[in-house]
Ligand binder design. Structure first.
Ligand code: NAD
Length: 455
């Protein structure tokens, strides 16, 4: 069954050999040129799959990758140089270096919400680190998956980068078994991430898991509300809330709840006038997710928004009130709905977050340095922003990844190169000096010397 996938053959074709940095750069340049050639097809596919506007598709999927490749090309020589580290006197006369070694082959599994970017961004890091790769795009965005397949086959020989499309439940276990990657890079849900991790453990394959979670957005009474609501509506509205780092729910200081609600409503209305018919506003990916989000609205009271169209698969930006134990607070919403809760003290904030610990992101809007310090140091989260949303993943100088429930490992920029490289430690010792007392038979002097060094 499914022998046509030839996963074993792909594996054999890609078996490790060292790829010089100059060749990796050529591959990255080839990738960029190929994407430029396919740009219109990619935009069209993203529109068909998710109704993404050209602006959103270019900025968050295609342009993001161009910037990623440019940044990598600029720094790759430097990143890949063996890194000299200090050695203690006890190792005299030695020099120590960290060498960056590719893992070999990497299986990259991508989700549907940014189906192009989340397949290609890990590939950029993987190529930079000198690996071969097999890509598995999401089957829920079939048009983008098909374009990715054509693009990869157009640019690369299968011995460099291969791609396999289709249902994850059947293909991924087969790929792990037959392609037998040296590293798995998975982006997707926590539940599937757990399954991937189990399958990988069978073969001792290391994993990087980029998962989701419920990312809180805290709005303090000291926040500049006029600017806060714009940045929040942007972070929640982009891709209709189907963003792993979208603010999931709001924790708002009780004194500003009404003002915040009014201003947020005005911002959403200004950004997405008549959201249901607005071509700039992304649709929900499929019927299943449309119904799932509708279902989450049960047991909630709509504060604003709430309109939807099943045929167009659009749900307008919606704010709801609900009980903290209601279903919408038990799973990542991954849609344009947000529950709002109020807090009085920082202990209240901790209590809400602890119900869904280790969120992928956290956002705090405040002009209160003490609160800022407490939140950034005391709360465990993957990454986040003060007085902004989403932007922490845009900066290639910042590692992007989760912690605990939201995943492990990080990438983007240098962190991506590191994630796809094994760090090989090598000590080189000079032959011109060799202390006799290091070797048996040991005497009192040997002990005195060793005590001098090891203290
Ligand atoms: P998903 O876990 O359902 O699917 C992700 C990938 O896994 C797909 O390619 C799919 O084919 C494959 N897959 C599905 N079921 C499988 C199984 N049983 N065994 C093996 N492979 C399987 O996730 P999704 O619905 O595509 O994406 C949404 C989730 O991804 C959200 O939780 C979101 O937060 C998360 N996400 C995280 C990031 C991040 O960078 N941390 C980015 C985007 C999305």
């Amino acid at each position: 069954m499914m022998d046509f996938l030839n996963l074993g053959k792909k594996q054999r074709a890609q078996r490790p050999f060292f790829i010089p940095v100059s060749e990796r750069k050529q591959l990255l340049k080839k990738l960029k040129t190929g994407i430029q050639q396919f740009e219109n097809d990619i935009l069209k596919a993203l529109h068909q799959d998710l109704g993404k506007s050209e602006f959103e598709a270019y900025s968050s999927e295609i342009g993001f990758i161009y910037q990623n490749i440019s940044h990598t090309l600029k720094h790759l020589d430097n990143w890949s140089e063996p890194q000299r580290v200090k050695t203690g006197l006890s190792l005299f006369p030695s020099k120590a270096h960290i060498h960056y070694q590719p893992f070999g082959t990497v299986l990259i599994i991508a989700p549907w919400n940014y189906p192009f970017q989340l397949c290609i961004a890990p590939l950029v890091a993987s190529i930079a680190a000198g690996n071969r790769a097999l890509l598995k795009p999401s089957e829920l965005t079939p048009e983008t998956s098909a374009v990715l397949s054509r693009l990869i086959q157009h640019i690369f020989d299968e011995s460099e980068v291969a791609i396999v499309e289709g249902d994850g439940k059947t293909i991924v276990p087969k790929a792990i078994k037959e392609y037998r990657p040296n590293l798995i890079f998975f982006t997707g849900s926590t539940a599937v991430g757990r399954e991937i991790s189990k399958m990988a453990a069978e073969h001792l394959i290391p994993c990087i898991l980029e998962l989701g979670g419920k990312s809180p957005c805290i709005v303090d009474k000291t926040a500049d509300l006029d600017i806060a609501v714009k940045r929040i509506a942007f972070g929640k509205g982009i891709n209709a809330g189907q963003t792993c780092v979208a603010p999931d729910y709001f924790l708002v200081h009780e004194e500003i709840e009404t003002e915040f609600t009014e201003k947020l409503k005005t911002s959403f209305q200004a950004f997405y006038q008549n959201a249901i018919d607005n071509e700039e506003y992304t649709k929900i990916v499929n019927e299943h997710h449309f119904q799932r989000i509708q279902h989450l609205l049960k047991d909630t009271r709509v504060v604003f928004g709430g309109k939807s169209d099943e045929h167009k698969k659009r749900i307008e930006p919606t704010l709801v009130k609900c009980d903290v134990d209601s279903p919408i607070m038990n799973e990542e919403i991954f849609g344009p709905i947000s529950p709002i809760f109020t807090y009085k003290t920082i202990e209240d904030i901790h209590e809400y977050i602890n119900k869904n610990p280790n969120p992928l992101s956290l956002y705090l809007f405040a002009n209160n340095r003490k609160l800022e310090n407490k939140i950034t140091t005391e709360v465990s989260f993957g990454g986040g922003c003060i007085n902004n949303t989403i932007m922490h993943l845009v900066d290639p100088n910042l590692p992007f990844g989760g912690i605990g429930n939201s995943g492990f490992g990080a990438y983007h920029g240098k962190a991506g190169f590191d994630a796809f490289s094994h760090k090989k430690s090598v000590i080189k010792t000079g032959n011109w000096f060799d202390l006799r007392q290091k070797y048996p038979p040991y005497d009192k002097r040997s002990l005195r010397i060793i005590k001098l060094f090891l203290k």
